[in-house]
Design a protein around this ligand. Structure first.
Ligand SMILES: Cc1cc2nc3c(=O)[nH]c(=O)nc-3n(C[C@H](O)[C@H](O)[C@H](O)COP(=O)(O)OP(=O)(O)OC[C@H]3O[C@@H](n4cnc5c(N)ncnc54)[C@H](O)[C@@H]3O)c2cc1C
Length: 485
């Protein structure tokens, strides 16, 4: 690696690798990808829990220019997606650019040199012209602040850090949380455990999962010219139509609600269990999950859904708000990730020594989720308000990658050394965004969710159609930026 790489990418998930591929294609070869872990893949390296798979069909949840190696099923399992990313690294020759075990501990902008100083954990430091952060939004596990959590004596782990050395066969297992990961692993462990206690705070809305293996013949057909592309487009528009409900007319969500209620009624004959699993908030307020085996797993004789709040964790048991004590051998947290809070814990110092925490004292924000005023030549991939509840985030990543390339071209065209988004452009963008978000189901639907920060402000989701985001980020508006000579 050059000691002064032109561009530094942080992270080797879909975002960092997608950026690297397009940088090379555009003729930028002087870059490094710093990855804190010992392997690439991000989400698809870390999440190895049983049943882990994507919940957007693989033909869309992949790079548009690399639609897939013949996915084995509609929703591919974790290892297949990880291998796909590895194959991309191989095909696009990214290996020499990757540095593992290199955690970026801090970034500091040098106003005089117009360069970023990158501090890598362990003491190494170098400077670079631009930093592109692909550090992932769902990356830092969130553990609940339940009294006594540390005192649990048996094995306990978060779904993103699954401990495969623990054999659940014949064990009394408790799962805390019923989010997107839990609905995937609960069906896989329900038949293994002697007893499975599922502690549910809020039931998710669930649609059936149209998942099936793709036969060799189907895969051959998809290999015909244009076939994968056509399937990809069909999936994209089918998923995008879901945005009509929250972006255009909430009444359109009625059909989604009906589908979810019918799915629940079909799969849960027991009225008492059905009542526990019926959400009391507007569909879409939290992420709508997809599963065809979650409800049947909860209906098993050895599985119990507990809706009373967890009050305390003891050495070998969990006490709920009714005072009931449930003895357990293994505890699994399906409690999701720290999203907005994780973003602003990083040590990033911009122009004039300003810390990112000061820039974000009223909440995390950026211009189209990519650039932050006062932090020149720092680009965020999947930054604030660019997450999705209804479609593939790889689509958003690709829009952002193209935008960053547009910024780099603007720099070379104008011979400027750096660009910094104007605070008024960022403010106007965020005012418009929050105005739209304030009227959307995530804020008005009667639920709390990780979409909202501690002030109840949505800092995670893009409020409209993804093609609108794509269109708005096609080329950077020069007037929105200060070009620093
Ligand atoms: C179980 C699960 C299933 C999902 N399924 C879907 C789906 O079906 N569809 C969908 O659209 N989205 C899905 N998502 C969201 C998913 O996170 C994104 O789709 C995508 O993988 C994000 O890619 P990324 O590169 O931005 O982040 P990540 O994949 O999280 O990669 C970030 C990388 O940055 C590294 N890193 C972080 N901090 C540092 C640092 N300081 N220094 C160096 N390296 C660092 C991390 O180690 C990691 O490798 C899912 C998420 C989870 C957890």
């Amino acid at each position: 690696m050059s000691t002064r790489p032109g561009i530094t990418i942080i992270g080797s998930g879909f975002a960092g690798l997608g950026m690297a591929i397009k940088l090379k294609e555009a003729g930028y070869h002087d870059f490094v990808i710093l990855e804190k872990a010992g392997d690439l893949g991000g989400t698809w390296r870390d999440n190895t829990y049983p049943g882990c798979a994507c919940d957007v069909p693989s033909h869309l949840y992949s790079f548009s220019y690399e639609p897939g190696p013949g996915w084995s099923r509609m929703f591919s399992p974790q290892a297949e997606i990880r291998d796909y990313l590895r194959a991309c690294v191989e095909k696009y020759g990214l290996g020499p650019h990757l540095r593992f075990g290199a955690e970026v501990a801090g970034l500091e902008y040098d106003d005089a040199a117009r360069r970023w100083r990158v501090d890598v954990a362990g003491g190494e430091t170098f400077t670079t012209n631009a930093v592109i952060s692909g550090t992932g939004a769902l990356h830092v596990p969130s553990l609940p602040a339940i009294p006594g959590r540390e005192s649990f004596a048996g094995p306990s782990f978060h779904s993103a850090e699954w401990d495969h050395s623990v054999d659940l066969t014949g064990k009394r297992v408790a799962v805390i949380g019923t989010g997107a990961s839990a609905v995937q692993f609960i069906p896989r462990i329900a038949g293994q455990a002697s007893r499975l206690h599922v502690f549910q705070r809020t039931p998710p809305w669930i649609h059936p999962k149209p998942d099936f293996p793709l036969s060799p013949r189907a895969r051959r057909l998809l290999g015909l010219p244009g076939a994968t592309r056509a399937l990809r487009a069909a999936i994209y528009w089918a998923l995008e139509s879901r945005a009509l409900g929250f972006a255009v007319d909430p009444r359109l969500m009625g059909a989604h609600r009906k589908l979810a209620l019918r799915h629940l009624a079909d799969q849960v004959p027991d009225p008492a269990l059905r009542a526990k699993l019926t959400p009391g908030y507007t569909i879409g307020c939290k992420r709508v999950l997809i599963s065809s085996d979650y409800y049947p797993a909860l209906g098993r004789d050895n599985v119990e859904v507990i809706t009373d709040e967890v009050r305390e964790i003891r050495e070998g048991s969990i006490v709920d708000s009714t005072g009931r004590e449930t003895e357990v051998d293994v505890l699994v947290y399906g409690t999701g990730f720290r999203v907005t809070s994780a973003l602003d814990e990083r040590r990033i110092v911009g122009r004039n020594g300003r810390k990112i925490q000061d820039a974000w004292q009223d909440g995390v924000q950026a211009y189209y989720g990519i650039t932050v005023a006062g932090f020149p030549n720092l680009f965020l991939l999947l930054g604030p308000n660019t997450g999705l509840g209804h479609n593939s985030v790889v689509f958003m990543i690709e829009s952002q990658v193209r935008y960053v390339l547009g910024c780099l071209r603007l720099l070379s065209r104008t011979k400027a050394k750096a660009l910094d988004v104007r605070p008024e452009a960022q403010r106007a963008h965020n005012d418009r965004l929050q105005d739209r978000l304030g009227r959307r189901v995530w804020n008005t639907g009667g639920c709390g969710s990780w979409y909202l920060d501690e002030r109840g402000v949505n800092r995670t989701l893009w409020p409209g159609f993804t093609f609108e985001y794509w269109a708005r980020t096609r080329t950077p508006r020069r007037e929105a930026y200060e070009l620093i000579p």
